[in-house]
Design a protein around this ligand. Sequence first.
Ligand code: AMP
Length: 202
Amino acid sequence: MPFRQLGLAEPILLAVRDAGYTEPTPIQIDAIPVVLQRQDLMGIAQTGTGKTAAFVLPLLSLIAAHRPQHRGVRALIMVPTRELVVQVEENIRIYARHLPLRVATIFGGVSERPQIKALQHGADIVVATPGRLLDIIRGREASLRDLEFLVLDEADRMLDMGFIHPIRQIARLLPRERLTLLFSATLSREIEQLSREFMTVS
Ligand code: AMP
């Protein structure tokens, strides 16, 4: 199946072609149309299946489709590690190269200041580890009240690493009306519970 049939916006199809992708992977074929219809989604997928593009491509398409007046964060992608923050951000930059979007990254182990500044200057998409993000929004340095899209990536690893508490705290500060996508390499009772807690459809 060609990418064109999935309903993605033109600048994204162009970026996918620039990246040298000829066909969507199975998880992309399944997930992209669901996200484009603004339906919550839980995906069970390992790394290496193309799952990052499966959520980034349709999110970019939705974000590009309309520009609100506010400068607040529109999409939050939470991942377990700093390495993954960097990796997801690199993916976003590749797929958003024909779009005027601002991406900010948030993770621990480095100074908070530049991260706070990036948020305050206005970021459309934030890729973050939960602990540092919670510290920043608790300090009222940035708000997530305009959020439209939440992604929990590698949710099983986030649970294993004890991030359930900051994730719940952050979720309390987000609008209830939003799209939520949850990706996990494994399906466990805890992941099902998380999906019930965070999503309207699982
Ligand atoms: P991920 O599962 O998100 O870690 O992606 C694994 C690798 O697959 C990354 O290096 C992507 O650049 C690549 N990739 C994602 N989608 C496609 C596609 N449709 N065709 C070829 N490579 C892809």
